[in-house]
Design a protein around this ligand. Structure first.
Ligand code: NCD
Ligand code: ZN
Length: 347
């Protein structure tokens, strides 16, 4: 029996598009399915000022194939030198929809990130005043903290104190990966949201490490134990408006993934919506896919819900997705869930 659902056209609330040849190669993968995406600013050099965000937005729109509709929602990369007035102006013009906090050294291209939160308090106070969300990469970077504990320690030692100090600040916990993240987001009220990736609903840390190391499953925050994956599935399928889709699709060329010091990031833009339909069906929650992928994000970001629709169809036969996207920067491996997927997005 074939099955189908139609949902409001989704958005991706956490996406890496890169620049140049990589941008050109990966943008259609997102624009084909998603109306809008929050665009991560961790370019080299990072997107720090309003002017840089405007120029990046223009490069994204220039790379968009004719006939595709897509709205990039720009972000600024928070540094200890960020000017509150520049942030406020970029938000007031409608260009910038969030500011991204990377603790220095936490992930790909994060060395310009924040070492001392006190130094950015004037920016955060201005953001609280104007209602501009702070997107957080929620991991501490102190070498003493085990990589699997970095999210839980960030919540206790950075995020909770910051939110007690500045309760009006609107915060998105990006790509949560733990029970602790799920629980903290559940109790945060209307000023707190959390994005969940597709791959963290599918893999746990065994998938990375058992039977040979799988570099294409390595991302940050790193996938955790099975009980955390189960907590993420319950959260994503709960219908709770605190949780929404942010794929964190993060392309790196194969040569840099399959490497002695491999880059972090899973590239999921191509098959995310089919994989989510599979996951939500497994959880008997297909009726909640729309909240997670299309409704909760705009509500948090105070943006209108998309007017278009997306039809997802479950076929008798497993669907074939490309194994790689061939960009002018090099091939990029598409996330392989490791199971057959019968769902596809239909025009
Ligand atoms: C991201 C990247 O490659 O830019 N990598 C990742 O593993 N998610 C950075 C990030 O979001 O942490
Ligand atoms: Zn990311």
């Amino acid at each position: 029996m074939s099955k189908e659902i139609t949902i409001t056209r989704p958005d991706d609330w956490h996406l890496h598009l890169r620049d140049g040849a990589m941008l050109q190669g990966v943008l259609p993968e997102t624009a084909r399915h998603f109306a809008r995406a929050i665009i991560m600013p961790n370019l080299v050099p990072p997107v720090v000022t309003g002017d840089q965000a405007a120029a990046y937005r223009d490069r994204i729109l220039a790379a968009l194939p004719k006939g595709m509709a897509f709205e990039p929602l720009m972000t600024l990369y928070l540094t200890e030198g960020t000017d509150p007035a520049d942030v406020a102006a970029a938000a007031a013009s409608g260009l910038v929809k969030a500011v991204k906090l990377y603790p220095a050294g936490a992930t790909t291209n994060s060395h310009s990130g924040v070492r001392d939160l006190d130094k950015v308090m004037p920016v955060l106070e201005k953001m609280a005043e104007i209602g501009l969300p702070l997107c957080t990469h929620g991991e501490v970077t102190t070498p003493e903290v085990d990589i699997f504990d970095r999210e839980a320690v960030f919540i206790d030692t950075v995020l909770a104190p910051l939110r007690r100090r500045l309760p009006e600040l609107r915060v998105v916990m990006e790509h949560i990966t733990t029970e602790e993240g799920v629980a903290y987001a559940a109790e945060g009220g209307p000023n707190l949201g959390a994005t969940i990736t597709t791959h963290h609903l599918i893999i746990n840390r065994n998938h990375i490490l058992v039977g040979g190391i799988k570099p294409h499953y390595y991302c940050l925050p790193v996938a955790k134990r099975e009980r955390h994956r189960q907590a993420l599935r319950r959260a994503a399928t709960s219908g709770n408006p605190a949780y929404f889709l942010g794929t964190d699709s993060a392309p790196h060329v194969d040569a840099l993934k399959e490497h002695a010091c491999g880059c972090a990031g899973c590239f999921t833009a191509t098959n995310t919506m089919a994989l989510l339909a599979h996951v939500f069906e497994e959880e008997n929650a297909l009726d909640r896919l729309e909240s997670f992928a299309s409704l909760n994000g705009p509500t948090f970001y105070r943006l209108p819900v998309n007017s278009g629709q997306m039809r997802l169809v479950k076929h008798e036969q497993p669907q074939v997705f490309p194994a790689k996207i061939f960009t002018e920067a090099g091939p990029v491996t598409v996330f392989d869930p490791g199971f057959a997927v019968q769902w596809s997005v239909e025009a």
